[in-house]
Every structure is written in structure tokens, then in C-alpha cells.
Design a protein around this ligand. Structure first.
Ligand code: CAA
Length: 388
């Protein structure tokens, strides 16, 4: 896979990825989206369809048994899965989030042990940063890891963990030196079956109901010393570097939700007749559709530009990751709301997927850092001269 990128015309291999993913999603993901939402259950059939096509963790490099798709290709996969089902798009997105710290900093031994099962679809990987009292202020976490001989012992609670209980593996950030602030945080791999790991009840959420979100509890969890990712004290910066990459995937998810909503609303407007003609003939409706298309185009260009920087790890990735996530998610919220409006009363019912898309879009403005945090990150990078 080439890492080349032009903002004006994508190489054909990326349109091939889009076409192949759309085919898989039309047949194997979209048909299960409403049920996953209405029953708040993990879309196991969608996971099977994604696994069969090797789209469940496309970012894992070939040397660890993965598809080896680059950041832009992975963003396109997530965009297309989200167009059909936002909950299902969290399968490739969170697999990337959970495993990215290993790809960035882990020993070869850890990578060889934990990445192939994710590539094979035998395991998923979640990311444990937030806590009940440490959300936007991630560095104020309380979960402790204490060294005891050849082991680390972890105690604490993590909150808002996507795919908690479904994933086999967890990247866990914990305090190893309480006096050292952000430099006293380290990262570890914890397994679902490690003694002392347990899970809370799934949160009852507004959207992405097919993706379980729960607390994860660590009660004197003993893990081998070799499960430390990278160096002691480098965990916070690793958490932030990871998010620089994966905010791009949330941008892609938001983009896919918005595109899905526009596609349905445009088709509906062409068929629904009022005052003797299709409502698509009225400028009031045309303007809603045109605004949506314009915002999607802008969000897509920014997201793909950020993905190209993610691949090259350019100095302005922090800015672009935050900007893409913030812009695309704000756009997705506006667009899904407007597309419900195009369908009128029908848009407000479960007869169409628009109301689900509007509920699903909301989380993209919140997770992987609220859009207020993204603006803080962008302003800091701008003022440091790292934005362009
Ligand atoms: N890359 C590398 N290092 C970075 C970095 C980056 N992008 N950002 C910060 N750091 C380093 C800093 O350089 C600094 O180290 P030095 O002192 O050596 O320079 C250290 O980390 C501390 O940085 P800050 O002083 O900037 O830290 P802060 O406490 O002010 O926090 C923040 C900044 C941007 C608000 C950060 O806390 C943040 O991003 N908060 C939001 C957290 C978040 O996104 N949570 C989402 C959880 S994941 C999720 O949603 C899960 C899911 O399942 C979908």
C-alpha cells in the first residue's frame, strides 16, 4: 500500500478500499444496525462480516498478520462502516485506539504477542484512560501501578471504556509516581482474564448503543513486568500521541455518519411528493442538502489531510488530528439534525435510520476529547507555531 497522498485525487487503491468496504457493509453491516441500536447489543454479525473481509482491524501491519492498510485507508474503512452503522465502526476504530500505544512504543515481544490475535479477529483491544474523576483532565487519574518484584500490581477504576467486556486486551494508563504529575504515568497491557479484572454494567446511552461502554475495575491485578508499554513515566505522552492518530478515526466516523444521513435524505427528497411535486424541487429542501454536501466535502478533505499526516507523523499531526475530529463531528451533528428535518415527521421515527444517526453523531463531539478540548489543543499548537 502506497502512503502517497494528493488532496485533489486519491490513488485508485483508496477508491478500491471504499468500494470493497461499502459492498461488505451493504450486505453484512447495514442490515443489523437497527437491531443493534434497538436492543443495545453488540453487533456480532457485523463483526463477523468485517472479520471475513479483514476490515475489523485494518491498520495492523502485515508483519503482525494484519491487512497493513495505512492511516488514510483505515479512515476510509471506518467512514464506510459508520455510513452503515456507527456502533460497528467502533470495532476497527477502537481496535486501532487500543493497539496504537503498542505500535508506537512497545517492545517487539509485546507486539508479537498481542497484535496477531487482533489481526486474526480472535481478540479486540480497548483503551483505558478516563476515570470517574479524570475525563478532560486525563493527567489527574488515580489508578495506581506499583512494582512488586517481577510484577506490576494495578488498582483503580477506568470509566467510559468502549467495548469493555467484549475486548480481550486493554491498554491501561496508571500512576507509577504520584509526585511526578503527567511524567508519573505509565502504560500497560492488561488481559480480560487477568485475576482481579472485572466490568461494570453497560452504560445506558443516547447513541452508539451497539457498542458496549462500561467501567473496568482493577483489584490488585498482578501482571508480568514485561507488560509495561515503552518506558516508565512516558505513559501520558504516549496516551496523547495515540489520540493524535485516533482523533482522525473519529473524524472519519463522524464523516461516515453524516454521509449516510445525506444519502438517505437525498433519496427520500427525490421521492416524497408534497404540493404536487417531489420535495427535492423546493429550494428550502435543496439548501439543506447543499449545505450538508458542502460541509461533508470540507470535513472529508480535512480528515484525509490529517490521515496523511498520521501516516507520516508530521509535526502538525496534533493540530490536524484535533481540527479534523472537531470539524467533522460538529458537521455531523448539524447535518444529521438537518437531514431529520428533510424527512419531517418520518425522520423522527424509527421507520428511518435518521434519528439513530442523529443520536449516534452526538458522541463524536464528546469522546476522544470533547470538542472544547480539541479547541484547546488547536490553540496551543497554533501559538507554538506547530499548526502549519
Ligand atoms: N504528543 C506528545 N506529547 C504530548 C502531547 C502530544 N500530543 N500532548 C501532551 N504531551 C506531553 C506534553 O509535552 C507534556 O510533557 P512535557 O512537560 O515533557 O512537555 C505532558 O504530555 C503534559 O502535557 P500538557 O501539559 O499539555 O497536559 P495537560 O494536563 O494540560 O492536558 C489536555 C492537556 C490536552 C487537556 C489532555 O489532558 C487531553 O487531551 N484531555 C482529553 C483527554 C481525552 O481525549 N480523553 C479521551 C479518552 S479516550 C476515549 O474517549 C475512549 C473511547 O473508548 C472512545
Amino acid at each position: 500500500m502506497s502512503t502517497g497522498f494528493t488532496p485533489y485525487k486519491l490513488p485508485e487503491e483508496y477508491s478500491d478500499i471504499r468500494t470493497a468496504t461499502r459492498d461488505v457493509c451493504d450486505a453484512g453491516v447495514a442490515p443489523h444496525a437497527a437491531e443493534a441500536d434497538q436492543t443495545a447489543s453488540f453487533p456480532a454479525k457485523s463483526y463477523e462480516a468485517l472479520k471475513a473481509a479483514d476490515l475489523h482491524a485494518p491498520h495492523i501491519p502485515a508483519e503482525y498478520g494484519g491487512a497493513g492498510i495505512d492511516a488514510l485507508g483505515t479512515a476510509i474503512v471506518i467512514e464506510e462502516v459508520a455510513r452503515a452503522c456507527a456502533s460497528s465502526s467502533l470495532i476497527p476504530a477502537v481496535n486501532k485506539l487500543g493497539s496504537m500505544p503498542l505500535l508506537l512504543d512497545a517492545s517487539e515481544e509485546l507486539k508479537q504477542r498481542y497484535l496477531p490475535p487482533v489481526a486474526d479477529g480472535e481478540a479486540m483491544f480497548s483503551y483505558c484512560l478516563s476515570e470517574p474523576e479524570a475525563g478532560s483532565d486525563a493527567a489527574s487519574m488515580k489508578t495506581r501501578a506499583v512494582r512488586d518484584g517481577d510484577e506490576w500490581v494495578l488498582d483503580g477504576v477506568k470509566r467510559w471504556i468502549t467495548n469493555a467486556g467484549v475486548s480481550e486486551f486493554y491498554t491501561v494508563f496508571a500512576v507509577t509516581d504520584p509526585e511526578a504529575g503527567p511524567k508519573g504515568i505509565s502504560a500497560f497491557v492488561v488481559e480480560k482474564d487477568d485475576a482481579g479484572v472485572s466490568f461494570g454494567k453497560p452504560e445506558k446511552k443516547l447513541g452508539i448503543k451497539g457498542s458496549p461502554t462500561a467501567e473496568v475495575y482493577f483489584d490488585s491485578v498482578r501482571i508480568p513486568a514485561g507488560r509495561l508499554i515503552g518506558e516508565v513515566g512516558r505513559g501520558f505522552s504516549l496516551a496523547m500521541r495515540t489520540l493524535d492518530h485516533t482523533r482522525v478515526t473519529i473524524a472519519a466516523q463522524a464523516l461516515g455518519i453524516a454521509q449516510g444521513a445525506l444519502d438517505i435524505a437525498a433519496a427520500y427528497a427525490g421521492e416524497r411528493e408534497q404540493f404536487g411535486k417531489p420535495i427535492a424541487k423546493f429550494q428550502a429542501v435543496q439548501f439543506l442538502l447543499a449545505d450538508a454536501a458542502m460541509k461533508i466535502t470540507a470535513a472529508r478533505e480535512l480528515t484525509y489531510a490529517a490521515a496523511a499526516r498520521s501516516e507520516r507523523v508530521d509535526a502538525d499531526l496534533t493540530y490536524f488530528g484535533a481540527a479534523a475530529k472537531c470539524f467533522a463531528s460538529d458537521a455531523a451533528m448539524e447535518i444529521t439534525t438537518d437531514m431529520v428535518q428533510v424527512l419531517g415527521g418520518y425522520g423522527y421515527t424509527q421507520d428511518f435510520p435518521l434519528e439513530r444517526m442523529m443520536r449516534d453523531a452526538k458522541i463524536t463531539q464528546i469522546y476522544e476529547g470533547t470538542n472544547q478540548v480539541q479547541r484547546v489543543v488547536m490553540a496551543r499548537e497554533l501559538l507554538r507555531g506547530n499548526a502549519f
